[in-house]
Ligand binder design. Structure first.
Ligand SMILES: Cc1ncc(COP(=O)(O)O)c(C=O)c1O
Length: 399
């Protein structure tokens, strides 16, 4: 019998998290601070020597711990930490790993906020960043220097949907004794980066994990050693910069996490249907589920196939004007919303170059192959996607 494959949804379901009164949804811990019956216990907790005690909610909160345990189960990591945004997860991870004068190798196509942080912000710490085509092994290898501390990438990059070969990149990182940090925001459950060798997995939970577009949140999944270091009261980046998520939100995200596996399958199914239809129209389309897509072979090799190829696709409307006209018509026709972000139950679309990648200078957008007419779709959970396609087709014919 072959060994059972890793199922990211299984550990979430196996977790039995009892609330204070046996509530099936763990009680929300609505407190910033916690009492101690013995003063010594407080001192031990401050020094990280008392397991299971809570001190102050910027450090840890029981509601955040419930969600962190579920996410660590989903990723197969020892531990996790919950942040108030995806950017907080990314920036705390990077600042925890790097000192001034260090160097980072990063995928050129990354979410615009991450790009801006690495392109503009870390300069003040004298941290150098080399941006590479993450799908080119020799470019990654050549970029590594003696002071490189990490390789940073996204499993499926935003917005060009390149696929990172995580086992290959983890191998390169291990050869150099550095960390591979992977943002898995586009592909929760579809890709399990830590199981493929990534050292740290970061998320914007604002997107698919929560799936309701009612809050901004993030997570860092990693070894216990890394999470303990991040939350250390003396020098932990997360503890000292302080982006802790409100426990009320943690509790609602935890409930939404329990439907993530079903949602990912439906997002993927609908996106595959639309991708095939767009392709039939002869449009330039990026969707890693299509057999001739540049990322297809890699994603097919590393994915958990039952969750599909993901809910994001991009089409090239060539000019920004045509992209705008198309999106406005789709919104009026009820296809979804002209809005940034992704992973929502309704379809969202935006022109990447003018929105979520606008932090990337235009010459770099062209260098990475991003057309000014690129429209990124986050395909929703619609039951009747054929009907939605008819609306989209009608809008396409109008522009
Ligand atoms: C891939 C990716 N990572 C991180 C972020 C940032 O997340 P947040 O907006 O939750 O800070 C985004 C936001 O769009 C994203 O697309």
């Amino acid at each position: 019998m072959s060994p059972k494959k890793f199922d990211p949804s299984e550990k979430i379901y196996e977790l039995l998290q009892f609330g204070e009164y046996g509530d099936v949804n763990p009680s929300i811990c609505d407190s910033a601070t916690f009492t101690f019956m013995q003063a010594k216990m407080m001192v031990d907790t401050f020094h990280g020597e008392a397991e299971g005690c809570f001190l102050y909610s910027r450090h840890w909160n029981p509601s955040n711990k419930y969600l962190a345990d579920a996410l660590a189960g989903m990723e197969g990591t020892e531990s996790a930490w919950i942040t108030a945004s995806g950017m907080a997860a990314i920036t705390c991870t990077i600042l925890q790993l790097c000192n001034s004068n260090d160097h980072i190798v990063c995928s050129l196509t990354t979410y615009g906020g991450t790009f801006a942080f690495l392109y503009n912000y870390v300069k003040k710490f004298n941290i150098d960043v080399t941006f590479v085509d993450i799908t080119k092994e020799d470019e990654v290898r050549k970029a590594i220097r003696p002071n490189t501390k990490l390789i940073y990438t996204e499993s499926m990059t935003n917005p060009l949907l390149q696929i990172s070969d995580i086992p290959l990149l983890a191998g390169i990182a291990n050869e150099h004794g550095i960390k591979l940090v992977v943002d898995n925001t586009f592909t929760p459950m579809i890709v399990a980066p830590a199981m493929l060798g990534a050292h740290i997995v970061v998320y914007s939970m604002t997107k698919f994990i929560n799936g309701k577009n009612d809050c901004v949140a993030g997570a860092i999944c990693a070894s216990k050693e890394f999470i303990d270091a991040l939350s250390n009261v003396n020098d932990g980046t997360a503890m000292l910069l302080g982006p802790a998520l409100d426990p009320l939100r943690s509790s609602s995200i935890l409930k939404n996490l329990h439907t993530l596996h079903i949602r990912m399958k439906q997002h993927s199914k609908n996106a595959m249907y639309l991708a095939e239809r767009f392709k039939e129209q002869g449009l330039r389309i990026i969707y890693p589920g299509l057999p001739n897509d540049h990322g297809h072979e890699t994603l097919a090799r590393i994915m958990n196939p039952e969750f599909g190829f993901g809910g994001i696709l991009a089409i090239d409307m060539v000019t920004a004007e045509r992209a705008s006209a198309f999106m406005e018509k789709m919104e009026l026709a009820g296809v979804g919303y002209l809005a940034v972000s992704l992973g929502y139950f309704k379809t969202l679309f935006s022109n990447s170059g003018k929105s979520t990648s606008s932090e990337v200078p235009e010459e770099i957008q062209r260098e990475m192959g991003m057309s000014e007419g690129l429209v990124r779709f986050s395909v929703g959970l619609d039951n009747d996607i054929e009907h939605i396609w008819q609306k989209i087709k009608f809008c396409l014919e109008q522009v």
